[in-house]
Ligand binder design. Sequence first.
Ligand code: ZN
Length: 191
Amino acid sequence: MSNPPKELEAVLLNRSGSRRGKEIQFLCPVHDDHNPSASYNIEKHAWICRACNAHGGWKNLCDRVGLGLLPSASKRGRIAATYPYHDAEDNLLYQVVRKDDPKDFFQRRPDGQGGWISNLKGVERILFRLPQLLAALEAGKEVFIAEGEKDVENLKALGLEATTNPGGAGNWRQGLHQLPPRSTGRIAPGQ
Ligand SMILES: [Zn+2]
């Protein structure tokens, strides 16, 4: 990309910004600025803060204001495992992705065009393996609540039915409303 993204000017204007000819004055992203001290030249694609003297080109500025040109957490590291979350009708709502080097977790949802969006804006959080969980309860089986998706997979390998919540077992109760009101099985919080 050899030109600043078109969002840049809007982002600067959002930082108490105002246009002065070829420049936009805005709140400096480097120091604790309360009176717009930084200016960006929209022709030279360069910025400088007259208060703290931070400065640079448009790429530097994009990184500073969070326009995300630096690799984000979702781009670093190697994908070690993906855990799909399906709703009761077996639609894929999102995935929890586990990474190595560095170890990290993030969540992403399908964009409907074969790609992914790395956030869960507007997506209901559901219990892991919800369709299987519902089937197990229907059949009167016991279901274990595990600490995380990896533990669920381990329990599954032992022939046990298990689930977890995105965010960990500590939050598992928040997903319980997704279960049928008169489940014949029972949920046993795991250790
Ligand atoms: Zn500054």
